[in-house]
Design a protein around this ligand. Structure first.
Ligand code: PEP
Length: 250
C-alpha cells in the first residue's frame, strides 16, 4: 500500500524580494509556522535571495527552492543557473516549467531535460503544468495537460518519485484573482495523477494546485482528494498570509 501523501505548500515569490527582505520574511515565517508544521513548507525566492533564505531557514524544516534551473551542469549559458550550483548553495529544489517561464521561451523539450537534470543533481523538482483560457474554452484541457505531463516526464522513472512534485496551475488563474473551482482543480489534478502514473507510483505522487490561492480559498481547494497542497504566488509574499495557507493545509 502507498504511504499517505504529506501536503506541501510552496510560495513562489517570482521577481520579488531582495536578499535582505528574504531574510526578514524567512525569520518571520519560521516563527509563524512553528518548529514542526503538520505539512511540508517551501519558499521559492529569486536567485539572488536563495542563499539568504537558506541561511535564515537553516534550523527549520522549511525548504528553499529556485524558480527555474538550467539543464546543463555548466557551460556557456549566460544568465542561467545549474542544478549542481543550486545544490552547492544549499537549495533543496526547483520549479520547472512555470507558465511564466514557458511564456518567456522555455520549451517542452527543455522542461523535460530540466526535470531530469534537477532530479539527477538531488533537487526536488516541482514540475508546473496547466492550460490557457483559450484551451479550456475549447474543451481541450485534458488533452493539453496530458501532453504537457507526458512530455515533461518522458525520462522520469519510478525511482525518481521522492524527488518529484507536480503543480497543476491553470494559466487563467495565475495572478488573476480568478481561482479554479474545487471541482475544476480536482478534475485536472486527477488527470495529472493518472498520466504521471505511467511513470511513477501515482498514488504516492504529490500534486499541488496553483492559481490565486489565498487564505480564504486554500482549505476547500486542498480538501480535494487529488490536491496535495498548493503553489502560491501573490499570497505567499506576506508571511502572515502564507502562514494562514500553511495552516489551512494541516
Ligand atoms: C504562481 O505564480 O505559481 C501562482 C500560482 O501565482 P498566484 O498565486 O499569484 O496566482
Amino acid at each position: 500500500m502507498s504511504a499517505p501523501r504529506r501536503p506541501l505548500v510552496a510560495g513562489n515569490w517570482k521577481m520579488h524580494k531582495t536578499a535582505g527582505e528574504a531574510r526578514e520574511f524567512c525569520t518571520a515565517l519560521a516563527v509563524l509556522v512553528g518548529a514542526e508544521p503538520p505539512v511540508d513548507v517551501a519558499v521559492c525566492p529569486p536567485f539572488t535571495a536563495l542563499e539568504a533564505s537558506v541561511d535564515a531557514l537553516a534550523d527549520t524544516s522549511i525548504a528553499v527552492c529556485a524558480q527555474n534551473v538550467h539543464e546543463a551542469a555548466s557551460g556557456a549559458h549566460t544568465g542561467e543557473v545549474s542544478a549542481p550550483m543550486l545544490l552547492a548553495a544549499g537549495v533543496d529544489g526547483a520549479l520547472v516549467g512555470h507558465s511564466e517561464r514557458r511564456a518567456a521561451g522555455d520549451t517542452d523539450a527543455q522542461v523535460a531535460l530540466r526535470v531530469r537534470a534537477g532530479i539527477d543533481a538531488g533537487l526536488t523538482v516541482v514540475l508546473c503544468c496547466g492550460e490557457s483560457l483559450d484551451i479550456r474554452r475549447a474543451g481541450d484541457t485534458q488533452r493539453f495537460v496530458t501532453r504537457q505531463v507526458e512530455s515533461a516526464l518522458a525520462d522520469v522513472h519510478a525511482a525518481d518519485l521522492p524527488r518529484l512534485v507536480i503543480a497543476y496551475e491553470p494559466i487563467w488563474a495565475i495572478g488573476t484573482g480568478e481561482t479554479a473551482t474545487p471541482e475544476q482543480a480536482q478534475e485536472a489534478c486527477a488527470i495529472v495523477r493518472s498520466v504521471a502514473s505511467e511513470r511513477v507510483d501515482g498514488a504516492s505522487l504529490r500534486i499541488l494546485y496553483g492559481g490565486s490561492v489565498n487564505p480564504g480559498n486554500a482549505a476547500e481547494l486542498m480538501a480535494c482528494p487529488d490536491v496535495d497542497g498548493a503553489l502560491v504566488g501573490g499570497a505567499s509574499l506576506d508571511p502572515e498570509s502564507f502562514a494562514r495557507i500553511v495552516a489551512a493545509a494541516g
